[in-house]
Design a protein around this ligand. Structure first.
Ligand SMILES: [Zn+2]
Length: 119
């Protein structure tokens, strides 16, 4: 699969314009919304699309629930299903970035409105 500029989401730093890639994505969504740019060291905020949030929590939530059931029922099938649910989220996000979110800016300056498209 080719991944050139313009094909995927806009991952540039709003301050220095350097492409930061998609690193720390899921971790940052769950843990904290702000990161430091590795190029200019400025604090930038992760601009999370509502659809992304839904996928992350749906995938993560079903992973936890299925895992709890798998544990209490000692079911290998449910454990496998939990794993699939967890993987599904990590598979769906890059696909979403290349389709629906192609023009979405991944990073914005902190202080701007969160959860809204800055246009
Ligand atoms: Zn920067």
């Amino acid at each position: 699969m080719t991944k050139g500029p313009g094909l995927a989401m806009d991952h540039r730093c709003p301050n220095c314009g350097k492409d930061l890639g998609s690193r720390k994505r899921v971790h940052a969504i769950i843990a904290r919304m702000e990161i430091d740019c590795s190029h200019c060291n400025s604090r930038i905020r992760l601009n999370v699309h509502p659809l992304e949030l839904r996928i992350v929590f749906l995938s993560f939530g079903s992973f936890i629930v299925l895992l709890a059931f798998a544990y209490s029922l000692q079911s290998n099938a449910l454990a496998l299903l939990a794993l699939i649910a967890g993987v599904a989220g990590t598979v769906a996000l890059p696909v979403l970035e290349r389709t629906r979110l192609r023009t979405w800016a991944r990073y914005i300056r902190p202080g701007g409105d969160s959860g809204r498209n800055p246009t």
